[in-house]
Design a binder for this molecule. Structure first.
Ligand code: FES
Ligand SMILES: [Fe+2]
Length: 353
């Protein structure tokens, strides 16, 4: 893969259309480093687990009986069947095919009818993956050789920690996911930058969070915090953690968007959120907007602004087959320079195979 990008310019359109870029990303991004998988409340109690996938690798995220977070391959070591689906609370995982049974540390404990077959159970454990939480957000890395989340996001900690995301009441439902006809990077970049609010969301977001009130706080290739003014209220914080997480924190309300790449030109977009149970009023304009949005999403209605984002991202994809000299990134969308730096580093890495 020879794609080279200049972080201060728009992405070359090959990044949105080429199958070999998509395949390279599968190894260097989705299986090559930390990826957001959920919030700590989804695995709050010992035994809690949920199934998800990273770059096509099925995984189980779980909290063990000692209370430690961890991740396992969700693929039976016998003949490769998907072990579990959805979410639950269990001490062990049993394959539905021939009932091989694994402890929550991935070790194989039971092989029915193995009889005289000489199976050393220690040889057939489920692979374990790095799994850590940062401010209530859970990440998994299939690549073992990554620095800790605490190190990776140290520059964002002073901005995010005071908001207490981990103690908010979260909701997540795959029912709110929908698939857009756009590359995942178009969806991520659009979620990160506030430049487009005045033009794409004149009635839904601009009145609450105008483009002119947005600003850059701190960031690097691993993650960026931007902020924005809200009339008569505390400013909101927008947290962008590539490859797949963008969340807005405002007065005890928290709404996030996660992307799951399906193909070079298709992306599943999942919405989630959280609210302070002790402060249902969420007095600010953005807070109450997010709360209204969340209430509607929880009734399986999409938020007001998502169809507007979907339309502009899909319009971006329509141009992806064209010739293009990448245009300049402006100061108002500086978060994209961080995102492009993240991508440039990933594209420069050799695919792990
Ligand atoms: S494939 Fe899982 S027990 Fe056979
Ligand atoms: Fe938008």
């Amino acid at each position: 893969m020879t794609l080279r990008i200049d972080p201060t310019r728009a992405l070359p359109l090959q990044a949105y259309r080429d199958a070999d870029v998509f395949e390279h990303e599968r190894h260097t991004i989705w299986r090559g480093g930390w990826v957001f998988v959920g919030t700590v409340d989804q695995v709050a109690e010992p035994g809690d687990w949920f199934a998800t996938e990273l770059g096509g690798q099925p995984i189980i995220v779980r909290r063990d009986q000692q209370g430690e977070l961890g991740a396992l391959a969700n693929v039976c070591a016998h003949r490769g069947t998907l072990l579990v689906e959805g979410a639950g609370n269990d001490k062990r995982f049993q394959c539905p095919y021939h009932s091989w049974t694994y402890r929550d540390d991935g070790s194989l404990m039971a092989v029915p009818h193995s009889g005289d077959d000489d199976i050393d159970k220690a040889d057939w454990c489920l692979p374990r993956y790095r799994c850590e939480a940062w401010n209530g957000l859970v990440f998994v890395s299939i690549n073992e050789k990554v620095s800790s989340l605490a190190e990776r996001f140290a520059h964002l900690d002073p901005i995010v920690a005071p908001h207490g995301i981990e103690s908010l009441h979260h909701w997540t439902s795959q029912r709110e996911s929908e698939t857009w006809a756009a590359n995942w990077k178009l969806v991520m970049a659009n979620a990160m930058e506030s430049y487009h609010l005045f033009a794409i969301h004149p009635d839904t977001l601009e009145p609450y969070t105008p483009t002119s009130g947005s600003y850059y706080i701190a960031g690097n290739a691993h993650g960026t915090a931007t902020g924005g003014q809200e009339k008569g209220q505390d400013d909101y914080v927008l947290l962008s953690l590539p490859p797949n997480f963008v969340g807005v924190i405002s007065n005890n309300a928290f709404l996030y968007q996660v992307v799951v790449p399906v193909a070079a030109d298709r992306t599943t977009v999942v919405s989630g959120g959280a609210f302070a149970e002790t402060d249902p009023a969420t007095s600010s304009a953005v807070g109450s907007f997010l709360k209204r949005t969340a209430a509607r999403v929880s009734e399986s209605l999409v938020p007001d602004f998502l169809p507007e984002d979907k339309a502009i991202c899909e319009r971006g994809q329509l141009a992806a087959s064209g010739d293009f000299e990448p245009g300049p990134i402006l100061g108002v969308e500086r978060v994209l320079v961080d995102f492009h730096t993240y991508l440039a580093e990933a594209y420069a890495r050799e695919s792990a195979g």
